[in-house]
Design a protein around this ligand. Sequence first.
Ligand code: VGL
Ligand code: ZN
Length: 219
Amino acid sequence: MTARSIEIDREHAALLVVDMQPDFMPGGALQVGEGDRIVEPIAQLVESARFRVLAATQDWHPKGHVSFASSHPGRKPMDTVELYGHPQILWPDHCVQGTPGGELCRGINWNKFQVIIRKATESDCDSYSAFRNNWNAEGKRPPTGLGGYLKERGVREVFICGLARDFCVAWSSEDATAAGFRACIIWDLTRPVNPSSDDAIRRLLVRAGVKVITSDELA
Ligand code: VGL
Ligand code: ZN
């Protein structure tokens, strides 16, 4: 099979690198299998200068965050509870503000990024997506501001990679199309929390209008 070649319209293109943080790497508090394997290829993409805008997210929870199992007596990590009428998976404590596990990972030149959005910073609301929080007590999903930032900078197409494929990357990709961007998920530069979700996630994203590509197509 010969790889298709995807033209990047550099002037209107952003790379969005999601939650590349030690707590999501093997050995971290909420480890994602092989999360470390995508650091080097993402670093190369960052160096390649093929995107005018480089954006990233950093999961950045206060201590005692509502998404932590430790905040729900009697619950354990990976349990699901209902929060404001929607399912909320309870996670191990992770990416706590100011802790080493919450830093941006080594191996990627973060100095090149124009914008790094910290998300899930409010105690009572989670945020998987780079563009919007999860539902809050008012039943709303307030924007993070990233969509406005990218639009004001003339971005039309967002290429998305990072962790985790089935949570923050999937939600960010879906919301990117909802916000009016062309969205491409660079599938091989993501890794899932739950590998058995891959087929369902891929179908969900395609249905939402997200283009699923691989990094070799960008070569
Ligand atoms: C994430 C679960 C909880 C992610 C963040 O980055 O995908 N997943 N917080
Ligand atoms: Zn989180």
